[in-house]
Write a protein that binds this ligand. Structure first.
Ligand code: MG
Ligand code: MG
Length: 251
């Protein structure tokens, strides 16, 4: 069942989403060569808890940290580690969740570390572009398949491949609600989008082939071919009109 949020529940989701948006924005100044992913994790843990929210991922199915930090060929779910030091030219995907008054905000972005290659820059731009293409379809009266198709068409037309084993999701009182939101066509239109649905849309786009595998830490997902991957995510509310992005700063 897809949960429809009331006006009051949407207001709570907006508050949780704003903390995530602010955290990811503040992180921009922390991502630089020489910094460990554990330091980024501490920064976000402090940022979120100071605002009376809880970092949703910490303890989720045993996940040991407050953020997922995935470098270069790592797709998602990288575990922060004080021995993982950012290098000039890396790209790093950071995923942040915050729970406030029982509601979850979920958002991710891929950051450049110092100066990066033109290829890495393009991958980041296309992945973010794919998210915006999907958001533009997030309207009452469209179907879930329209979101999936928008990501797939945008990324594949630009020569990239779509991660298939991991998908977006409904979000609300828990991080993962129905529906699942694949970033590629299912061949069926899926549920009708209605006002009050809140969706975490999250394209994961690979420079090379789509296949992934999980490292022995049982969390970190990497590309099978070792090439780069990027990840952007927003929590979006379906409204009567324009999609409302709950994890975006106002200006
Ligand atoms: Mg996320
Ligand atoms: Mg998510």
């Amino acid at each position: 069942m897809i949960v429809i949020k009331s006006k009051n529940e949407l207001a709570q989701m907006r508050a949780a989403g704003l903390i995530v948006a602010q955290a990811l924005d503040a992180l921009r100044g922390q991502v630089k060569p020489g910094v460990s992913t554990a330091e980024l994790d501490q920064f976000i843990h402090g940022f979120v808890t100071k605002r009376k929210a809880y970092p949703t991922f910490k303890g989720y199915r045993g996940f040991p940290a407050s953020i997922c930090a995935s470098i270069n060929n790592e797709v998602v779910h990288g575990i922060p580690n004080k021995k993982r030091i950012l290098q000039e030219g890396d790209i790093i995907s950071i995923d942040v969740g915050a729970t406030l008054n029982g509601f979850v905000g979920d958002s991710a972005m891929t950051y450049p570390v110092g100066k990066i290659s033109a290829g890495a820059q393009r991958l980041i731009q296309v992945t973010e572009g794919a998210l915006w293409a999907a958001i533009s379809q997030s309207r009452a009266g469209r179907y879930l398949e329209d979101i999936s198709a928008a990501v797939q068409d945008y990324a594949e037309a630009r020569g990239y491949s779509i991660v298939r084993e991991y998908v977006g999701h409904g979000v609300g009182r828990t991080m993962h609600e129905e529906p699942q939101i694949p970033n590629y066509r299912q061949g069926k239109r899926g549920p009708l989008l209605k006002p009050g649905m809140t969706l975490a849309i999250e394209p994961m786009i690979n420079e090379g082939k789509w296949e992934t595998r999980v490292l022995r830490d049982k969390w970190t997902v990497v590309t099978k071919d070792g090439r780069l991957s990027a990840h952007f995510e927003h929590t979006v509310a379906i409204t009567e009109g324009e999609p409302e992005i709950l994890t975006r700063l106002d200006s």
